[in-house]
Design a protein around this ligand. Structure first.
Ligand SMILES: *Cc1c(COP(=O)(O)O)cnc(C)c1O
Length: 363
């Protein structure tokens, strides 16, 4: 069986470094929000090219903490996409705001900036583009829009560590950039983790307080916070993995290029890399009207695959009250029926691409 994702081949390359990091933490006597988290925050901020980073418990938490720090809440609405899974929507709802969905560009499946103006209402406060599959959303035009209307910009970078737009990393454009370190992500922990990045020192301090009961290095609640701490073990492991991230990204890009050339001419829509963008291929997503047939062929060949995502958020039971029902987002809805993610991860075994391509072509 060839899995669609497996962290172990990459881990095998530097397990000694991970073991050393784990030992260092366990021997230190400090397990939560300590020197490893602080060092990782500094290293990650430098990686994104911003002044501050605040480690939190997950990517979903990074998003809701960003909204909370920006003062977004009941009565406000937030423009985002419906084809990126539940997390951005759950985070918007967690602060009591209302998501409003913008359809996506059929070529990239990313937020279509030309549709923002029509989606905006008098109560719109914020835009949340998702750098889906590892490709930067069109952040230039989106940022022009948020500036023109005085809106906040929060980037969902959960799938795009190291992706760049005009040479500048995602996460550095918005008021806050939100990252996930869920194990399957390009920079994955061995458990849960997330990070908010920002160039605004006041916002960074607010985020630090919100992640830990409103404390400011004391035990006094200066504002109403919660507990969304990052632990020392994950931070120490992530520091090791951050050192290997650019090599891992190169490898992802090389695997994507192999799929791209082997599948050229096949009856499939292949992912694109828009000019001046650097795609980090969190996922290699093809689109086909015949997805069911292709999926069955992969299954029969013992090849794993993913569907990211099979259902748009606006038609899910929990979110029907938003009254943006079926038919509201035609490109998003079609994409959800057609997307198919092929196996792609650092250390993917030799011959895997050929096996996948042969199974797809056979179908
Ligand atoms: C994974 C993911 C998240 C949430 O991250 P968690 O760490 O799992 O909470 C948010 N947005 C997108 C697009 C994701 O892929």
């Amino acid at each position: 069986m060839l899995p669609s994702f497996d962290y172990r081949p990459e881990y095998a390359r530097y397990r000694d470094e991970v073991a050393e990091a784990v030992q260092r933490v366990l021997d230190s006597g400090w397990l939560i929000l300590g020197p490893e988290v602080r060092a990782f925050e500094e290293e990650f901020a430098a990686f994104v090219g911003v002044s501050a980073a605040v480690g939190v418990n997950s990517g979903t938490d990074a998003l809701w903490l960003a909204f909370k720090a920006l003062g977004i809440g009941p009565g406000d609405d937030v423009l985002t996409v419906a084809n990126a899974g539940v997390p951005p929507v759950a985070a918007i709802r967690a602060v009591g705001a209302t998501p409003r969905f913008v359809d996506v560009d059929p070529r990239t499946l990313l937020m279509d900036p030309d549709r923002l103006e029509r989606a905006r209402t008098a109560t719109t406060r914020c835009v949340v583009p998702v750098h889906l599959y590892g490709h930067p959303a069109p952040i230039g035009p989106i940022r022009d829009f948020t500036r023109r209307h005085g809106l906040f910009l929060v980037e969902d970078c959960a799938q795009a560590h190291g992706a760049t737009w005009n040479g500048r990393p995602v996460g550095s454009f918005g008021d806050v950039g939100c990252f996930s370190f869920y194990p399957t992500k390009n920079l994955g922990a061995f458990g849960d983790g997330g990070m908010c990045v920002t160039g605004d020192a006041d916002l960074a301090q607010k985020l630090e307080m919100l992640r830990f009961y409103g404390f400011r290095g004391d035990r006094h609640a200066h504002c109403e916070g919660l507990n969304s701490r990052l632990d020392e073990l994950q931070a120490a492991i992530l520091r090791v993995k951050l050192r290997h991230l650019s090599a891992a990204t190169e490898e992802r890009r090389a695997i994507a290029a192999s799929y791209g050339s082997a599948l050229a001419g096949a009856d499939l829509v292949l992912p694109v890399e828009i000019e001046a963008c650097r795609h980090v291929y969190h996922l290699f997503v093809v689109q086909s009207d015949a997805r069911e047939r292709l999926a069955r062929a992969l299954e029969a060949a013992g090849i794993g695959f993913g569907l990211h995502y099979p259902e748009p958020v606006h038609t899910m039971e929990a979110y029907r009250f938003l009254a943006q029902g079926e038919g509201a987002l035609p490109v998003t809805e079609r994409a959800c029926r057609q997307v198919l993610s092929l196996p792609l991860y650092p250390g993917l075994e030799a011959g895997a691409v050929e096996r996948v391509v042969a199974a797809l072509k056979g179908a």
